[in-house]
Design a protein. Structure first.
Length: 398
């Protein structure tokens, strides 16, 4: 295994480096799962690949990757460890979020270290009082994935008028020195993501670290490099949604290859098959599952392509196309879960042995698929409303 000490020149090089460390990540995965946090050994190996720089602007030492790049990096890590992939996913997309803020904010975050991790929670589960020059913020934000690895956090705040009525929502970035971490991530899946609660108590956030959601959703960002950086003018909600299925794509491939390999040595209990691979039924089911995973990957690639093509052209996707991306995200998650569940049925009850990586894949994929922005019902209804021209939308995140 190479000991990478130089920054990668491209995302393609990052992915090659990730493939080199997959055995290490696979070895560390059960430890991170048990300890409810990606191990320092695994995180350091990931850092050395450059995988944490995909959302960072090139001018600050990053790779300035596309949406497809984020998916590919997440899938490559997810092939070995779902929790580590989820942390990397959120680090990259929250880094991308931070790149939408003014250059002053970007320099505050990455000026001294392009590997600085940003995590975030958009939900405005807080209070924010308008004061001269900014806001005083108090609140708690749960499911802050990668909480222990982050140097900054992006969190949602309510924007109220003088009468205390909610009129908008904001996204603010806060340095690690201004918040605490509450250990609340006691779950059965994605345990390694350390998606704990961050706590802020009466912290001043200056105006340059505040972005209104009403500006962000239609693409009116605060950064000043849009013409030169296509990756940092991509559509807000489509990126935030789609990146969440990169990890699942890697998990699905890992599960498929794990089961496929064992069909050549594993018998089918209470049958005459000494090798599952000799069963016509198993062969047909493997073909169907392979195509299900292919469909998930193709759908994800189409969605990423539409996002990245629009950014390259300097256009912003219309409401229907943005809604379609949310629907695509939910459908990919469903396809992945379908594939993994069918693989488990092929493999049998041995899946659920604690020593089997397949049970951890199953737990991680099912947990990740329940992220609120992935929710297939809301996402499909949102897309359907745009298809028929309805305006009574069920979410502002389109």
């Amino acid at each position: 295994m190479s000991d990478h000490t130089t920054a990668p020149a491209s995302v393609a090089e990052v992915i090659e480096r990730i493939r080199e460390i997959q055995p290490l990540l696979r070895e560390q995965a059960p430890i991170g799962d048990a300890e409810r946090c990606v191990t320092p050994v695994a995180m350091e190996a990931i850092r050395k690949t450059g995988a944490l720089r995909v959302g960072v602007p090139k001018r600050l030492g990053g790779l300035e990757g596309s949406t497809q790049d984020m998916l590919d990096v997440s899938a490559a890590i997810g092939y070995a460890d779902g929790g580590a992939a989820w942390v990397t996913t959120l680090a990259n997309v929250c880094g991308w979020l931070a790149s939408l803020f003014p250059l002053q904010v970007q320099k505050e975050i990455w000026g001294s270290d392009p590997d600085t991790v940003v995590t975030g929670v958009l939900a405005p589960t807080s209070q924010a009082q308008r004061v001269e020059g900014g806001y005083r913020v108090t609140g708690k934000w749960g499911y802050n994935s990668g909480s222990y690895q982050a140097g900054w956090a992006g969190v949602g705040i309510p924007i109220v008028n003088d009468e205390g009525q909610l009129v908008n929502q904001g996204l603010v970035v806060i340095p690690r020195s201004d918040y605490e971490i509450e250990d609340t991530w006691h779950v059965v899946g994605m345990r390694g993501s350390a998606s704990n609660t961050i706590v802020v108590n009466d912290v001043f956030v200056p105006d340059h670290r505040v972005m209104l959601m009403s500006d962000a959703i239609p693409g009116n960002y605060l950064n000043e490099k849009l013409a030169e950086e296509p990756a940092h003018r991509t559509a807000f909600v489509p990126v935030l949604a789609l990146v969440l299925i990169g990890t699942q794509l890697g998990l699905a491939r890992a599960a498929f290859n794990y089961v496929l390999e064992r069909t050549h040595t594993k018998p089918i209990s209470y049958s005459f098959f000494e090798r599952a691979a000799d069963s016509t039924g198993v062969q047909i089911e493997l073909a169907r599952i392979a195509q299900t995973i292919d469909m998930a990957e193709l759908l994800a690639r189409r969605a990423a392509g539409s996002i990245d093509d629009a950014a390259a052209a300097g256009t912003y996707p219309d409401l229907q196309e943005r809604a379609r991306t949310r629907a695509d995200t939910g459908t990919v998650a469903e396809l992945v879960l379908d594939a993994i569940n069918r693989l488990i049925s092929l493999h049998g009850a041995g899946t659920f042995a604690e020593a089997s990586p397949l049970q951890r894949i199953w737990r991680d994929a099912n947990t990740a698929a329940r992220h609120a922005v992935v929710n297939p019902l809301i996402s499909l209804e949102t897309y359907g409303k745009t298809l028929v021209g309805a305006t009574n939308h069920v979410t502002p995140l389109i």
